[in-house]
Design a protein around this ligand. Sequence first.
Ligand code: FAD
Ligand code: NAP
Length: 392
Amino acid sequence: MPFLDRMDCEPDFEDVVETWRGAVLTSLGQRESGAVTAVAERVAEPVAGTRDMPVMARLQINQRLCASGCERDTRRIGLDLSETELMWAPGDALGVWPCNPLSRVEMALRALNLPEETPIVLRGHGTVGLKEALLRHLDLSRPHPAMLAALGGPAPGFLPDLLKGASLRVATQDVPALFRRMQPRLYSIASSPFVSGRVVELTVGINSAPWPGVCSNWLAGLEEGMNVPVFVQPTTHFRLPQDDAASIILIGPGTGIAPFRGFLQDRAARKAQGKNWLFFGERHAEESFYYRDELETFLHEGFLTRLDTAFSRDQAERIYVQDRMEQVGADIWQWLREGASVYVCGDATRMARDVDAALRRIVVRHGNLSMEAAEAFVAGLTREGRYLRDVY
Ligand SMILES: Cc1cc2nc3c(=O)[nH]c(=O)nc-3n(C[C@H](O)[C@H](O)[C@H](O)COP(=O)(O)OP(=O)(O)OC[C@H]3O[C@@H](n4cnc5c(N)ncnc54)[C@H](O)[C@@H]3O)c2cc1C
Ligand SMILES: NC(=O)c1ccc[n+]([C@@H]2O[C@H](COP(=O)([O-])OP(=O)(O)OC[C@H]3O[C@@H](n4cnc5c(N)ncnc54)[C@H](OP(=O)(O)O)[C@@H]3O)[C@@H](O)[C@H]2O)c1
Protein backbone atom coordinates (compact mmCIF):
# COMPACT_ATOMS: atom_id res chain seq x y z
CA MET A 1 0.00 0.00 0.00
CA PRO A 2 1.41 3.42 -0.82
CA PHE A 3 2.73 5.17 2.25
CA LEU A 4 1.35 8.49 1.18
CA ASP A 5 -2.11 9.22 -0.11
CA ARG A 6 -1.37 12.04 -2.49
CA MET A 7 -4.91 13.35 -2.70
CA ASP A 8 -4.97 14.18 0.96
CA CYS A 9 -1.41 14.44 2.01
CA GLU A 10 0.26 16.37 -0.77
CA PRO A 11 1.14 19.62 0.93
CA ASP A 12 -0.65 22.51 -0.69
CA PHE A 13 2.01 25.16 -1.12
CA GLU A 14 0.02 28.12 0.21
CA ASP A 15 -1.51 26.20 3.13
CA VAL A 16 1.82 24.89 4.27
CA VAL A 17 3.51 28.26 4.03
CA GLU A 18 0.63 29.68 6.05
CA THR A 19 0.98 26.99 8.73
CA TRP A 20 4.66 27.74 9.22
CA ARG A 21 4.08 31.45 9.05
CA GLY A 22 1.69 30.98 11.96
CA ALA A 23 4.61 29.72 14.02
CA VAL A 24 6.41 33.01 13.68
CA LEU A 25 3.30 35.02 14.39
CA THR A 26 2.43 32.99 17.45
CA SER A 27 5.93 33.32 18.80
CA LEU A 28 5.31 37.06 18.72
CA GLY A 29 2.01 36.61 20.52
CA GLN A 30 0.32 38.78 17.91
CA ARG A 31 -1.52 36.35 15.71
CA GLU A 32 -4.86 38.09 15.96
CA SER A 33 -3.52 41.61 15.90
CA GLY A 34 -4.05 44.05 13.05
CA ALA A 35 -0.31 44.66 12.97
CA VAL A 36 0.32 41.02 12.21
CA THR A 37 1.00 41.28 8.51
CA ALA A 38 3.56 44.04 8.80
CA VAL A 39 5.29 42.31 11.70
CA ALA A 40 5.22 38.99 9.90
CA GLU A 41 6.90 40.44 6.83
CA ARG A 42 9.60 41.98 9.01
CA VAL A 43 10.18 38.92 11.15
CA ALA A 44 9.51 36.12 8.67
CA GLU A 45 11.83 37.52 6.03
CA PRO A 46 15.13 36.95 7.79
CA VAL A 47 14.22 33.56 9.30
CA ALA A 48 12.69 31.88 6.23
CA GLY A 49 14.52 28.64 5.55
CA THR A 50 15.27 27.86 9.18
CA ARG A 51 14.07 24.98 11.37
CA ASP A 52 11.06 26.92 12.65
CA MET A 53 10.19 28.40 9.29
CA PRO A 54 11.11 25.95 6.54
CA VAL A 55 10.67 26.74 2.87
CA MET A 56 9.16 24.55 0.16
CA ALA A 57 11.39 22.50 -2.08
CA ARG A 58 9.95 20.49 -4.97
CA LEU A 59 10.82 16.85 -5.36
CA GLN A 60 12.69 16.32 -8.62
CA ILE A 61 14.51 13.00 -8.17
CA ASN A 62 13.38 9.88 -6.31
CA GLN A 63 15.62 7.08 -7.54
CA ARG A 64 16.40 3.69 -6.02
CA LEU A 65 20.11 3.17 -5.48
CA CYS A 66 19.73 -0.53 -4.69
CA ALA A 67 19.10 -3.19 -7.33
CA SER A 68 15.63 -4.74 -7.44
CA GLY A 69 15.35 -7.65 -5.05
CA CYS A 70 17.80 -6.03 -2.62
CA GLU A 71 16.83 -6.39 1.05
CA ARG A 72 17.60 -2.66 1.55
CA ASP A 73 16.06 0.40 -0.04
CA THR A 74 18.25 3.48 -0.29
CA ARG A 75 17.18 6.46 -2.38
CA ARG A 76 18.80 9.29 -4.25
CA ILE A 77 16.44 12.16 -3.48
CA GLY A 78 16.73 15.45 -5.39
CA LEU A 79 14.92 18.54 -4.14
CA ASP A 80 14.64 21.64 -6.27
CA LEU A 81 15.37 24.78 -4.24
CA SER A 82 14.78 27.20 -7.16
CA GLU A 83 11.85 28.87 -5.44
CA THR A 84 13.89 29.45 -2.28
CA GLU A 85 16.94 31.45 -1.39
CA LEU A 86 18.59 28.57 0.44
CA MET A 87 22.33 28.19 -0.07
CA TRP A 88 24.45 25.25 1.00
CA ALA A 89 27.99 23.96 0.90
CA PRO A 90 29.25 20.37 1.03
CA GLY A 91 29.21 19.18 4.64
CA ASP A 92 25.88 20.89 5.43
CA ALA A 93 22.72 18.90 6.12
CA LEU A 94 19.19 19.44 4.87
CA GLY A 95 16.43 19.42 7.47
CA VAL A 96 13.14 17.86 6.33
CA TRP A 97 9.76 18.17 8.08
CA PRO A 98 7.84 15.01 7.12
CA CYS A 99 4.13 14.14 7.07
CA ASN A 100 2.65 11.15 8.85
CA PRO A 101 1.01 8.56 6.58
CA LEU A 102 -2.70 9.16 6.10
CA SER A 103 -3.60 5.69 7.38
CA ARG A 104 -2.04 6.55 10.76
CA VAL A 105 -3.74 9.94 10.83
CA GLU A 106 -7.13 8.33 10.21
CA MET A 107 -6.51 5.74 12.89
CA ALA A 108 -5.65 8.49 15.39
CA LEU A 109 -8.79 10.43 14.39
CA ARG A 110 -10.92 7.34 15.03
CA ALA A 111 -9.26 6.74 18.40
CA LEU A 112 -9.78 10.36 19.45
CA ASN A 113 -13.47 10.35 18.42
CA LEU A 114 -13.20 13.95 17.24
CA PRO A 115 -14.08 15.54 13.86
CA GLU A 116 -11.07 16.23 11.65
CA GLU A 117 -11.73 20.00 11.58
CA THR A 118 -11.67 20.28 15.40
CA PRO A 119 -9.54 23.38 16.10
CA ILE A 120 -6.40 22.49 18.02
CA VAL A 121 -4.06 25.03 19.60
CA LEU A 122 -0.43 24.05 19.07
CA ARG A 123 2.42 25.89 20.74
CA GLY A 124 4.34 27.67 17.99
CA HIS A 125 1.63 27.14 15.35
CA GLY A 126 -1.51 28.75 16.73
CA THR A 127 -4.82 27.11 15.83
CA VAL A 128 -4.85 24.32 13.25
CA GLY A 129 -7.39 21.66 12.34
CA LEU A 130 -7.00 18.31 14.13
CA LYS A 131 -6.26 16.42 10.91
CA GLU A 132 -3.59 18.92 9.91
CA ALA A 133 -2.07 18.67 13.41
CA LEU A 134 -1.95 14.86 13.18
CA LEU A 135 -0.55 14.98 9.66
CA ARG A 136 2.32 17.40 10.21
CA HIS A 137 2.87 18.45 13.79
CA LEU A 138 2.36 15.47 16.11
CA ASP A 139 4.48 12.32 16.38
CA LEU A 140 2.34 9.27 15.64
CA SER A 141 5.17 6.75 16.15
CA ARG A 142 6.41 7.09 19.71
CA PRO A 143 3.74 7.29 22.42
CA HIS A 144 3.85 10.12 24.96
CA PRO A 145 3.50 8.95 28.60
CA ALA A 146 0.21 10.89 28.77
CA MET A 147 -1.12 8.81 25.85
CA LEU A 148 -0.01 5.59 27.52
CA ALA A 149 -1.90 6.69 30.64
CA ALA A 150 -5.01 7.56 28.58
CA LEU A 151 -4.83 4.11 26.96
CA GLY A 152 -4.82 2.42 30.35
CA GLY A 153 -1.07 1.97 30.80
CA PRO A 154 0.16 -0.41 28.06
CA ALA A 155 3.92 -0.92 27.66
CA PRO A 156 5.51 1.65 25.32
CA GLY A 157 5.54 0.47 21.71
CA PHE A 158 4.59 1.68 18.27
CA LEU A 159 1.75 4.21 18.72
CA PRO A 160 -0.32 3.05 15.66
CA ASP A 161 -0.37 -0.48 17.13
CA LEU A 162 -1.52 0.88 20.48
CA LEU A 163 -4.22 3.07 18.90
CA LYS A 164 -5.70 0.26 16.80
CA GLY A 165 -9.31 -0.17 17.97
CA ALA A 166 -8.83 2.28 20.88
CA SER A 167 -11.60 4.72 21.79
CA LEU A 168 -10.59 7.70 23.92
CA ARG A 169 -12.65 10.36 25.63
CA VAL A 170 -10.53 13.50 25.37
CA ALA A 171 -11.37 17.18 25.66
CA THR A 172 -10.18 19.14 22.64
CA GLN A 173 -7.77 21.28 24.65
CA ASP A 174 -6.09 18.15 26.05
CA VAL A 175 -5.24 16.62 22.65
CA PRO A 176 -1.80 18.25 22.14
CA ALA A 177 -0.54 17.02 25.53
CA LEU A 178 -1.22 13.41 24.50
CA PHE A 179 1.40 13.47 21.76
CA ARG A 180 5.09 14.15 21.31
CA ARG A 181 5.78 16.84 18.74
CA MET A 182 6.96 15.89 15.26
CA GLN A 183 10.67 16.60 14.79
CA PRO A 184 12.46 17.36 11.53
CA ARG A 185 15.05 14.85 10.25
CA LEU A 186 18.49 15.83 9.00
CA TYR A 187 20.14 14.42 5.87
CA SER A 188 23.74 15.04 4.79
CA ILE A 189 23.74 16.90 1.51
CA ALA A 190 25.10 14.59 -1.20
CA SER A 191 25.80 17.01 -4.03
CA SER A 192 27.79 20.13 -4.76
CA PRO A 193 26.01 23.25 -6.00
CA PHE A 194 28.70 23.41 -8.72
CA VAL A 195 27.30 20.18 -10.14
CA SER A 196 23.64 19.94 -9.14
CA GLY A 197 22.81 23.66 -9.39
CA ARG A 198 19.66 24.53 -7.41
CA VAL A 199 18.79 20.85 -6.85
CA VAL A 200 20.03 19.55 -3.54
CA GLU A 201 20.61 15.80 -3.47
CA LEU A 202 20.34 13.41 -0.51
CA THR A 203 21.12 9.72 0.01
CA VAL A 204 18.32 8.35 2.18
CA GLY A 205 18.28 4.88 3.75
CA ILE A 206 14.66 3.78 4.13
CA ASN A 207 14.14 2.68 7.73
CA SER A 208 11.77 -0.26 7.87
CA ALA A 209 12.60 -2.20 11.02
CA PRO A 210 11.24 -2.74 13.57
CA TRP A 211 8.69 -0.20 12.25
CA PRO A 212 8.59 2.11 9.23
CA GLY A 213 10.55 5.32 9.85
CA VAL A 214 8.42 8.41 9.26
CA CYS A 215 10.59 10.66 7.16
CA SER A 216 12.51 8.16 5.06
CA ASN A 217 9.29 6.37 4.06
CA TRP A 218 7.48 9.64 3.42
CA LEU A 219 10.28 10.80 1.11
CA ALA A 220 10.37 7.40 -0.64
CA GLY A 221 6.62 7.69 -1.39
CA LEU A 222 6.78 11.20 -2.90
CA GLU A 223 6.38 11.85 -6.60
CA GLU A 224 7.91 14.48 -8.83
CA GLY A 225 6.65 18.00 -8.19
CA MET A 226 5.49 17.42 -4.60
CA ASN A 227 6.38 19.93 -1.91
CA VAL A 228 8.78 19.21 0.93
CA PRO A 229 9.28 21.66 3.84
CA VAL A 230 13.06 22.03 4.26
CA PHE A 231 15.82 24.12 5.80
CA VAL A 232 19.59 24.03 5.62
CA GLN A 233 21.43 23.03 8.79
CA PRO A 234 24.95 24.37 8.26
CA THR A 235 27.70 22.14 9.61
CA THR A 236 29.70 23.43 12.53
CA HIS A 237 32.82 21.50 11.58
CA PHE A 238 32.46 19.06 8.67
CA ARG A 239 34.09 21.11 5.91
CA LEU A 240 36.63 20.35 3.21
CA PRO A 241 40.15 21.62 3.96
CA GLN A 242 40.54 25.25 2.96
CA ASP A 243 43.70 24.31 1.12
CA ASP A 244 42.72 22.60 -2.14
CA ALA A 245 46.16 20.99 -2.27
CA ALA A 246 45.51 19.07 0.97
CA SER A 247 44.77 15.35 0.66
CA ILE A 248 41.61 13.79 2.10
CA ILE A 249 40.74 10.27 3.25
CA LEU A 250 36.97 9.71 3.29
CA ILE A 251 35.42 6.78 5.16
CA GLY A 252 31.71 6.49 4.38
CA PRO A 253 29.98 3.10 4.34
CA GLY A 254 26.24 2.92 3.61
CA THR A 255 24.50 6.28 3.60
CA GLY A 256 27.76 7.69 5.01
CA ILE A 257 28.77 8.12 1.35
CA ALA A 258 26.39 11.11 1.13
CA PRO A 259 28.58 14.10 2.11
CA PHE A 260 31.58 12.55 0.35
CA ARG A 261 29.79 12.52 -2.99
CA GLY A 262 29.27 16.25 -2.38
CA PHE A 263 32.93 16.71 -1.37
CA LEU A 264 34.22 14.88 -4.45
CA GLN A 265 31.90 16.71 -6.85
CA ASP A 266 32.97 20.00 -5.31
CA ARG A 267 36.71 19.34 -5.46
CA ALA A 268 36.45 17.96 -9.01
CA ALA A 269 34.52 21.04 -10.17
CA ARG A 270 37.14 23.32 -8.63
CA LYS A 271 39.97 21.17 -10.02
CA ALA A 272 41.41 20.86 -6.53
CA GLN A 273 44.90 19.38 -6.70
CA GLY A 274 44.81 17.45 -3.39
CA LYS A 275 44.64 13.66 -3.47
CA ASN A 276 41.28 11.97 -2.67
CA TRP A 277 40.89 8.49 -1.16
CA LEU A 278 37.45 6.97 -0.53
CA PHE A 279 36.56 3.92 1.56
CA PHE A 280 33.01 2.74 0.80
CA GLY A 281 31.18 -0.30 2.15
CA GLU A 282 27.78 -1.92 1.75
CA ARG A 283 26.40 -5.43 1.84
CA HIS A 284 26.75 -6.54 -1.80
CA ALA A 285 28.63 -5.03 -4.73
CA GLU A 286 25.96 -6.07 -7.23
CA GLU A 287 23.04 -4.68 -5.26
CA SER A 288 24.21 -1.70 -3.30
CA PHE A 289 27.34 -0.07 -4.69
CA TYR A 290 25.82 3.42 -4.55
CA TYR A 291 26.97 5.89 -7.24
CA ARG A 292 29.24 3.21 -8.70
CA ASP A 293 29.44 4.71 -12.21
CA GLU A 294 30.18 8.18 -10.89
CA LEU A 295 32.89 6.94 -8.52
CA GLU A 296 34.51 4.70 -11.11
CA THR A 297 34.56 7.59 -13.58
CA PHE A 298 36.32 9.75 -10.97
CA LEU A 299 38.77 6.90 -10.46
CA HIS A 300 39.49 6.40 -14.16
CA GLU A 301 39.94 10.12 -14.64
CA GLY A 302 42.52 10.03 -11.86
CA PHE A 303 40.60 12.55 -9.75
CA LEU A 304 39.78 9.88 -7.18
CA THR A 305 43.27 8.70 -6.28
CA ARG A 306 42.11 5.52 -4.54
CA LEU A 307 38.79 3.72 -4.01
CA ASP A 308 38.71 0.86 -1.49
CA THR A 309 35.48 -1.08 -1.02
CA ALA A 310 34.23 -3.51 1.62
CA PHE A 311 31.16 -5.51 0.60
CA SER A 312 30.35 -7.12 3.91
CA ARG A 313 28.22 -10.02 2.72
CA ASP A 314 29.88 -10.98 -0.57
CA GLN A 315 31.91 -13.65 1.22
CA ALA A 316 31.50 -15.99 4.17
CA GLU A 317 32.99 -13.70 6.81
CA ARG A 318 31.97 -10.03 7.20
CA ILE A 319 34.45 -7.52 5.81
CA TYR A 320 34.07 -3.87 6.81
CA VAL A 321 35.75 -0.60 5.80
CA GLN A 322 38.02 -0.72 8.86
CA ASP A 323 39.33 -4.13 7.71
CA ARG A 324 40.27 -2.57 4.36
CA MET A 325 41.87 0.35 6.19
CA GLU A 326 44.06 -1.98 8.22
CA GLN A 327 45.07 -3.92 5.09
CA VAL A 328 46.47 -0.69 3.61
CA GLY A 329 47.47 0.86 6.94
CA ALA A 330 51.02 1.67 5.79
CA ASP A 331 49.63 3.88 3.01
CA ILE A 332 47.15 5.56 5.35
CA TRP A 333 50.01 6.33 7.74
CA GLN A 334 52.01 7.79 4.84
CA TRP A 335 49.10 10.02 3.78
CA LEU A 336 48.65 11.17 7.40
CA ARG A 337 52.37 12.02 7.65
CA GLU A 338 51.98 14.09 4.50
CA GLY A 339 49.13 16.10 6.05
CA ALA A 340 45.98 14.32 4.90
CA SER A 341 42.69 14.89 6.73
CA VAL A 342 40.43 11.97 7.71
CA TYR A 343 36.64 12.21 7.46
CA VAL A 344 34.15 9.62 8.76
CA CYS A 345 30.39 9.62 8.09
CA GLY A 346 27.55 7.15 8.73
CA ASP A 347 26.44 4.87 11.53
CA ALA A 348 27.49 6.18 14.95
CA THR A 349 26.72 3.18 17.09
CA ARG A 350 29.16 0.62 15.69
CA MET A 351 30.93 1.76 12.55
CA ALA A 352 32.37 5.06 13.79
CA ARG A 353 33.65 3.46 16.99
CA ASP A 354 35.27 0.55 15.13
CA VAL A 355 36.82 2.83 12.49
CA ASP A 356 38.25 5.00 15.26
CA ALA A 357 39.82 1.96 16.92
CA ALA A 358 41.26 0.81 13.57
CA LEU A 359 42.75 4.24 12.93
CA ARG A 360 44.50 4.12 16.32
CA ARG A 361 45.85 0.63 15.60
CA ILE A 362 47.20 1.84 12.25
CA VAL A 363 48.99 4.73 13.95
CA VAL A 364 50.51 2.41 16.57
CA ARG A 365 51.62 -0.17 14.04
CA HIS A 366 52.81 1.88 11.11
CA GLY A 367 53.97 4.90 13.11
CA ASN A 368 55.79 2.51 15.41
CA LEU A 369 54.30 4.39 18.36
CA SER A 370 53.25 3.39 21.86
CA MET A 371 49.52 3.47 22.56
CA GLU A 372 49.99 6.73 24.52
CA ALA A 373 51.92 8.35 21.66
CA ALA A 374 49.29 7.14 19.18
CA GLU A 375 46.53 8.65 21.35
CA ALA A 376 48.44 11.93 21.37
CA PHE A 377 48.89 11.75 17.57
CA VAL A 378 45.14 11.24 17.00
CA ALA A 379 44.32 13.98 19.52
CA GLY A 380 46.62 16.25 17.51
CA LEU A 381 44.77 15.37 14.30
CA THR A 382 41.49 16.26 15.99
CA ARG A 383 42.87 19.53 17.35
CA GLU A 384 44.14 20.53 13.91
CA GLY A 385 40.73 19.78 12.35
CA ARG A 386 42.20 16.85 10.40
CA TYR A 387 40.04 14.11 11.94
CA LEU A 388 36.39 15.00 11.42
CA ARG A 389 33.29 12.92 11.98
CA ASP A 390 29.63 13.36 11.07
CA VAL A 391 27.88 10.31 12.48
CA TYR A 392 24.29 9.49 13.40
C1 FAD B 1 23.63 15.15 10.95
C2 FAD B 1 22.80 13.97 10.45
C3 FAD B 1 22.92 13.57 9.13
C4 FAD B 1 22.21 12.49 8.67
N1 FAD B 1 22.34 12.11 7.36
C5 FAD B 1 21.66 11.06 6.88
C6 FAD B 1 21.82 10.66 5.52
O1 FAD B 1 22.58 11.23 4.74
N2 FAD B 1 21.09 9.60 5.09
C7 FAD B 1 20.23 8.92 5.92
O2 FAD B 1 19.57 7.98 5.47
N3 FAD B 1 20.06 9.29 7.22
C8 FAD B 1 20.74 10.34 7.70
N4 FAD B 1 20.56 10.73 9.01
C9 FAD B 1 19.52 10.03 9.82
C10 FAD B 1 18.13 10.68 9.54
O3 FAD B 1 18.12 12.00 10.11
C11 FAD B 1 16.96 9.93 10.18
O4 FAD B 1 17.27 9.69 11.53
C12 FAD B 1 16.66 8.61 9.49
O5 FAD B 1 16.30 8.83 8.13
C13 FAD B 1 15.48 7.93 10.20
O6 FAD B 1 14.37 8.79 10.16
P1 FAD B 1 12.89 8.25 9.91
O7 FAD B 1 11.96 9.39 10.15
O8 FAD B 1 12.77 7.52 8.62
O9 FAD B 1 12.73 7.18 11.05
P2 FAD B 1 12.09 7.43 12.51
O10 FAD B 1 10.61 7.53 12.39
O11 FAD B 1 12.83 8.54 13.15
O12 FAD B 1 12.44 6.06 13.18
C14 FAD B 1 13.80 5.72 13.44
C15 FAD B 1 13.84 4.28 13.95
O13 FAD B 1 13.05 4.17 15.12
C16 FAD B 1 12.19 3.06 15.02
N5 FAD B 1 10.91 3.39 15.71
C17 FAD B 1 9.79 3.96 15.20
N6 FAD B 1 8.84 4.04 16.15
C18 FAD B 1 9.35 3.53 17.27
C19 FAD B 1 8.86 3.34 18.60
N7 FAD B 1 7.61 3.67 18.93
N8 FAD B 1 9.69 2.79 19.52
C20 FAD B 1 10.96 2.42 19.19
N9 FAD B 1 11.48 2.57 17.94
C21 FAD B 1 10.69 3.12 17.01
C22 FAD B 1 11.97 2.81 13.55
O14 FAD B 1 11.72 1.44 13.32
C23 FAD B 1 13.30 3.26 12.94
O15 FAD B 1 14.20 2.20 12.87
C24 FAD B 1 21.30 11.80 9.52
C25 FAD B 1 21.17 12.22 10.84
C26 FAD B 1 21.89 13.28 11.30
C27 FAD B 1 21.73 13.70 12.74
N1 NAP C 1 15.83 0.46 10.77
C1 NAP C 1 16.05 0.38 9.47
O1 NAP C 1 15.29 -0.19 8.72
C2 NAP C 1 17.26 1.06 8.92
C3 NAP C 1 17.45 1.13 7.54
C4 NAP C 1 18.59 1.82 7.07
C5 NAP C 1 19.45 2.37 8.00
N2 NAP C 1 19.22 2.26 9.32
C6 NAP C 1 20.17 2.80 10.31
O2 NAP C 1 20.77 3.96 9.87
C7 NAP C 1 22.20 3.92 10.12
C8 NAP C 1 23.02 3.97 8.85
O3 NAP C 1 22.61 2.93 7.99
P1 NAP C 1 23.22 2.81 6.55
O4 NAP C 1 22.12 2.58 5.59
O5 NAP C 1 24.14 3.92 6.31
O6 NAP C 1 24.04 1.46 6.52
P2 NAP C 1 24.67 0.56 7.66
O7 NAP C 1 23.59 -0.19 8.32
O8 NAP C 1 25.61 1.36 8.47
O9 NAP C 1 25.47 -0.51 6.72
C9 NAP C 1 26.45 -0.11 5.75
C10 NAP C 1 27.57 -1.14 5.73
O10 NAP C 1 28.28 -1.08 6.96
C11 NAP C 1 28.43 -2.40 7.45
N3 NAP C 1 28.66 -2.42 8.90
C12 NAP C 1 27.92 -2.99 9.87
N4 NAP C 1 28.53 -2.88 11.06
C13 NAP C 1 29.69 -2.25 10.83
C14 NAP C 1 30.77 -1.87 11.66
N5 NAP C 1 30.77 -2.11 12.97
N6 NAP C 1 31.80 -1.22 11.10
C15 NAP C 1 31.83 -0.95 9.78
N7 NAP C 1 30.85 -1.30 8.94
C16 NAP C 1 29.78 -1.95 9.45
C17 NAP C 1 27.17 -3.11 7.02
O11 NAP C 1 27.42 -4.51 7.06
P3 NAP C 1 26.39 -5.63 7.58
O12 NAP C 1 25.03 -5.02 7.54
O13 NAP C 1 26.58 -6.73 6.60
O14 NAP C 1 26.83 -6.01 8.95
C18 NAP C 1 27.05 -2.58 5.61
O15 NAP C 1 27.88 -3.30 4.75
C19 NAP C 1 22.43 2.65 10.84
O16 NAP C 1 22.43 2.97 12.21
C20 NAP C 1 21.27 1.80 10.47
O17 NAP C 1 20.97 0.89 11.50
C21 NAP C 1 18.14 1.61 9.80
